[in-house]
Design a protein around this ligand. Sequence first.
Ligand code: ATP
Length: 228
Amino acid sequence: MLEILDLHKAYGRHEVLRGVSLALRPGSIHGLVGANGAGKTTLINCLYGLESGYTGTVRAPGPVRDITGLLPYEPYFYPRLTGREYVAFCLQARGRVVPDLRPWNQLLELPLDQYATDYSAGMKKKLALLALLVQDFAFLILDEPFNGLDLEANLLLKEMLKRLRDRGTGILLTSHILGTLTEIADEATVLVGGRVQRHYPAAEFGTLEADLLAALHGEKLSQLNALL
Ligand code: ATP
């Protein structure tokens, strides 16, 4: 299990995370939900060791980066590196052998011999996913994985995530698309202003949307009522 306990992170005087605790279990999909600026990416960056200067505890059954693959919100691609070279670079940086990419790429259909920087936004996301999928991580952290994907890739990714979960992978994902998230997640944590507002098991997803509307937009709903 990957566990975060009482995580606090501030940028200067701005307290972005205020005592967040969260558990990512093997064989489960955990959705992280929150408004823009709620602290989701900061939480992921702290968990993955990309941020320092936080307090709290991260517990894991090994070094987090060895057992966990991260899909950042906006994956970075070096110029003049083809898709194939990008995947090779990611694996070689971890001392891993580059497998035959054809079976996965029959699904993802990427032009692997073109420069990754010339890919469309959705193709870039798929390429970063490909580099994770071929590595067989125990845990995956996916920041907005559905963003930019077309309908077919969206359906494919949902199916992939469910199958990975069924094989034992623990998946933490953020998504602003609530329907997609509640469709595949086993549990969800709602972050509001850097705090866990509530944790929902799947059985309670029915109230999640109404609660989110109330929590995030209470005042705006009154304004909307005045308008429409
Ligand atoms: P979104 O849904 O828009 O991606 P988020 O929930 O991922 O939002 P974060 O990116 O974690 O939110 O940002 C949380 C807060 O921390 C925001 O107010 C943001 O301005 C602030 N913040 C993030 N990174 C930095 C930084 N490097 N320096 C200063 N403030 C930062």
